[in-house]
Design a protein around this ligand. Sequence first.
Ligand SMILES: Cc1cc2nc3c(=O)[nH]c(=O)nc-3n(C[C@H](O)[C@H](O)[C@H](O)COP(=O)(O)OP(=O)(O)OC[C@H]3O[C@@H](n4cnc5c(N)ncnc54)[C@H](O)[C@@H]3O)c2cc1C
Length: 340
Amino acid sequence: MTGFFHEHVALTALNTLGIVAHARRLAVLRDEAQLPTLLADGDFCHGPRLILGGGSNLLITQPEVNASVLQLATQGIQLVADDGHHVLIDVAGGEPWHRTVRHTLEQGWYGLENLSLIPGTVGASPIQNIGAYGVEVQDRLHSLRALSLPEGKMHVFSRDDCQFGYRDSLFKQQAGRWLVLSVRLSLSRQPGALTLYGDIRQALEQDGIAQPTPLDVSNAVMRIRQAKLPDPATLGNAGSFFKNPVVDAQHAARLLADHPDLPHYPQADGQVKLAAGWLIDRAGWKGRRLGPAGVHDRQALVLVNHGGATGADILALASAIQAAVWAHYAVTLEREPVTV
Ligand SMILES: Cc1cc2nc3c(=O)[nH]c(=O)nc-3n(C[C@H](O)[C@H](O)[C@H](O)COP(=O)(O)OP(=O)(O)OC[C@H]3O[C@@H](n4cnc5c(N)ncnc54)[C@H](O)[C@@H]3O)c2cc1C
């Protein structure tokens, strides 16, 4: 299809790790009116394809991505219901996540403040069920609209249909099948339901704020994240590179006997979540480099591109870290970003 897909398009500025790569072909979808044109493209619907949002959770491992890449750039936030206590809003998949968070706060619609400053798009937010400071998008998601690309059929998913888990969902499991076109969020008009995590509480106390508004919480989260995480605009990264591992209670008890300061979070099913950043740090990897790929010096969970790193360089570093954490603690670290 001429005019919609462009051939051999640079992806370097479209992935926050800054991996140098090209797409065999790429199209930008700005309006759902373009969907019939997209669905008429056999190469896209039946060949290898990649949906791209902000590229902030991707590890590209090949210099030439042999796929039809579709970047979703649809925009718009609509109020669809308001009973005076709660609102329902529909947000287009291409809307930047953080801009949406700030917009909702300006309108007096609360609930997303803890998720401030997470990069990427709204359409990608359910893919790995984004989360931070005790809140996950599943806690605020009412439903979503997604297109099954092989069949060209639209589906509405309730929250339960999405099969959300820790940094997981049906859409992550069935990668490439679904194009999430819009997300319906359920937000509160009452600023009461704030989850104040330790870091946020501390930041607010430092500012002398005893009765924080949701906007205060959003500002505190932004400051904490800016201090702790590297800005992809200056140092390529994809946020947390590993999930926090979950181990059984006996394994956790053995580790805690040897390392009482290991941060751990008991789960409802009796298992225990461990802090991956602590494990990487204590295995000796914080701030270290393997060639142009490195571990951030303030946050051991974040792998960075010091300049010119390939996907293979990042993977080699990740493997070395996984081997070290296994050797020290017999814990398996699972990668978080999607590998292309
Ligand atoms: C500095 C930094 C901090 C971060 N902090 C957090 C954090 O606190 N919590 C957290 O959970 N994540 C965090 N992340 C990871 C990332 O921001 C999120 O996973 C985000 O949702 C990715 O959005 P994106 O638009 O960039 O997705 P992309 O990286 O473009 O895509 C990620 C995956 O989603 C798929 N996808 C994207 N859009 C769609 C769509 N519309 N329909 C179907 N599939 C789609 C892609 O095919 C790919 O498989 C961080 C990343 C960075 C760089």
